[in-house]
Design a protein around this ligand. Sequence first.
Ligand SMILES: Nc1nc2c(ncn2[C@@H]2O[C@H](COP(=O)(O)OP(=O)(O)O)[C@@H](O)[C@H]2O)c(=O)[nH]1
Ligand SMILES: [Mg+2]
Length: 375
Amino acid sequence: MKNDRNRPEWVPKDKQDDISFTTNVMKGIEGDSNDGVPSHSRKFVKKHDRTVDEYVSGVLKNDRTILAQAITLVESNATKHLEKAQDVINELLPHVGKSIRIGITGVPGAGKSTFIEAFGKYLCEKGHRVAVLAVDPSSSVTGGSILGDKTRMEELSRDRRAFVRPSPSGGTLGGVNRKTRETILLCEAAGYDVILVETIGVGQSEVVVRSMVDFFLLLVLTGAGDELQGMKKGVMELADALLINKADGDNKQKAIATQAEYNRILHYLRPATVGWLTKAYTASALYGEGMDSLWKTILQFEAETKNSGTFEKRRQNQSREWIDAMIKDHLISSFFSDPTIKAKLPILEQDVLSGKQTVTKGVREILNFYERKTK
Ligand SMILES: Nc1nc2c(ncn2[C@@H]2O[C@H](COP(=O)(O)OP(=O)(O)O)[C@@H](O)[C@H]2O)c(=O)[nH]1
Ligand SMILES: [Mg+2]
């Protein structure tokens, strides 16, 4: 077989040569694909040309190609795709919501990718189906991969029980965006019962991911003393568990000491989830150690919060926040893309800067104008 490398199907046509999409996919084995659909039957279907029914039935029977294309459809900003994407999601709604959604954050190098690969494999072996929405830092502003970066999650990507979807972090908030919620729904409809959402902690991305998951995990390294100084208390207050990674070799004793130190601090912090005590755990993602106790913790969390109603209440609040965020998004973009506003705004800025107009009065005038116009 010749070494034919293709771009993944979710890379937009005009980005085929763009280095911001570095993920390469090796050409698969010729012949029928594993999901039982002969490959020739879909050869001539261009993406986005599928009907709503094709997307829906493809996702429901977990045709990975169609799932990937459905995600691309959802991510598209073109108006004509928007409506189709919403029709697809609407039809899938009876099949969503049955997973446990887990958010994972930590500084670059903490071992998120290595951990997700190890944890994902552990869960697959237990019979779960795992979808990973992963950050692809190779497309961040710095460009290129960080040394030793395990972004590709190659083993997990090859596992038929897992679905790994990298999202370029460039331009989005630590790899998540407003479409991530809908991608979660698609993966749930395809039958994935554990969803892992990764984010690199930049800006507000932890808050955004917290608002779309049930359980939030913070990966940290040993040496809490030094690290804590730099770590925002706010991030710890979002977490349902802290995982001190790289607890192996010479580092193991240090990790256990760090664990105790974090547990002391956590004691004084406000817990992220009502009725749940956030604690620190140790693991070695590299050697796959600590996965079992972490999973038990998550299952216990799920059982307790479902029992108390906290689980359902959080999901309802998240839907409310989602509505809120979407309305704000829409209002902002419709305001700033209005041609008359676009023309008036520079004049207003000029008037303020030159002292002709106060900010409050100028803003009130332009908003009044916009409101009258949209009535
Ligand atoms: N010793 C050890 N190294 C690890 C462990 N987990 C990750 N690493 C290494 O730490 C580096 C960064 O890991 P990566 O998963 O890319 O971190 P990310 O930036 O948080 O996704 C890589 O060289 C990994 O091999 C671990 O449990 N033990
Ligand atoms: Mg990574």
